[in-house]
Each structure stands twice: as C-alpha cells, then as structure tokens.
Write a protein that binds this ligand. Structure first.
Ligand SMILES: C[S@@+](CC[C@H](N)C(=O)[O-])C[C@H]1O[C@@H](n2cnc3c(N)ncnc32)[C@H](O)[C@@H]1O
Length: 164
C-alpha cells in the first residue's frame, strides 16, 4: 500500500499525514510524487488506486490520467468535483481555472472541473475499458436551477469507477 502526494506535503509539511498514520496504526508506505510524474517503474502497479479529491487540482488532467492508468492494474476509484451546468451536462466540458500554482493568491481555486461525461470520456481515452458512474452530486437538480438563475455552472462531488 502506497500513499503519494506532492502539493500539500511540499507546502505544509507531512505533519498531518504522519499524525493520522500514527493515530490509525497504519502501515501505509509513502512517497513524494506528483501525479503527473507517476511511473510504474518507480512506484509499481496497484490492483486498486484511489484518486480522491485530486483531479480538480491537476494542471494537465489528461496527461495525469495517462500516468494514473499506467499504475492501475485493475480498478481506479476517482472522486472529484464535477461541473453542473444548467444544460449540456452530458457534453464533455472542462472549464479552466488558475489552479494550485496560484494558490497563494487564491487558496481555494481549482484547475479542472469536468462534467461526469468529460471525466468518463477522458478515462476511456487513456485506456480504461469500463467506466461507471457510482455517485452524482447531491441536490443536483436544485444546483442546476441555481446555474440557470445565476448563469454560472455549479458543482458537486461525483465518483466513478474505472476498470482496466
Ligand atoms: C482536496 S485534498 C484531498 C486529500 C485526500 N485524498 C482526501 O480525500 O481527503 C487534495 C490533495 O491532492 C494533492 N495534490 C494536488 N495536486 C497534486 C499532484 N499534482 N500530485 C499529487 N498530489 C496532488 C494535494 O496536495 C492534496 O493533498
């Protein structure tokens, strides 16, 4: 079992990770690695890969997903913010935001927030054979209504399972 991170560990240190590992009695190994640089020759391959709350921070999401696919032997569980426009939710849209490189000025900014359709198609395009949506945002219809009234797409959390 391996945990990887880069951004938070580089900027804020590993104190919280280490405290949680100690508190939970976890034996998870860890390695400082950027998702964009994951290499099976260095970290190996895993039957199960969890990418939870990471996708929307990625500067180059498709390139990063290619890396994730290379270290996934069976199943990727991808949980992320997804875009909820009033219409075109079934269209593969990914708006661009400044992202984590600008985190000092805007700490809560995101980079890429896909519609579930975009996430699905991106995962398929990097080689996952079967992509299944297992969770869509709560209050979805309400948020779509807000998107209509404000003329601004809303967002929520989504989860997909992608099989190699
Ligand atoms: C919202 S937190 C989610 C943390 C945890 N996975 C969870 O579900 O609670 C996003 C995490 O992704 C990490 N992250 C962002 N961009 C990354 C990248 N390019 N490579 C590796 N980790 C990254 C951040 O450092 C941060 O720890």
């Amino acid at each position: 079992m391996l945990a990887v991170d880069s951004y938070a560990w580089d900027r804020f240190g590993m104190g919280e990770f280490e405290a949680a590992r100690e508190r939970l009695g976890s034996k998870v190994e860890h390695r400082r690695a950027d998702v964009h640089e994951l290499d099976p020759a260095e970290v190996g391959q895993f039957d199960l890969v969890l990418m939870l709350g990471v996708f929307y921070h990625l500067r180059n999401p498709l390139a990063a997903l290619e890396r994730v696919a290379r270290v996934t032997r069976r199943l990727l569980v991808c949980e992320t913010h997804v875009l909820l426009p009033f219409v075109h939710e079934r269209y593969p849209l990914v708006p661009f935001f400044p992202g984590d490189e600008h985190a000092r000025e805007a700490p809560y900014e995101m980079c890429a927030m896909p519609t579930v359709a975009a996430l699905t198609q991106m995962l398929q395009s990097v080689g996952f054979r079967e992509v299944r949506t297992v969770y869509t945002p709560s209050f979805r219809h309400w948020k779509k209504l807000v998107a209509l009234v404000t003329n601004r797409p809303q967002s929520g959390r989504g989860i997909v399972h992608a099989r190699v």
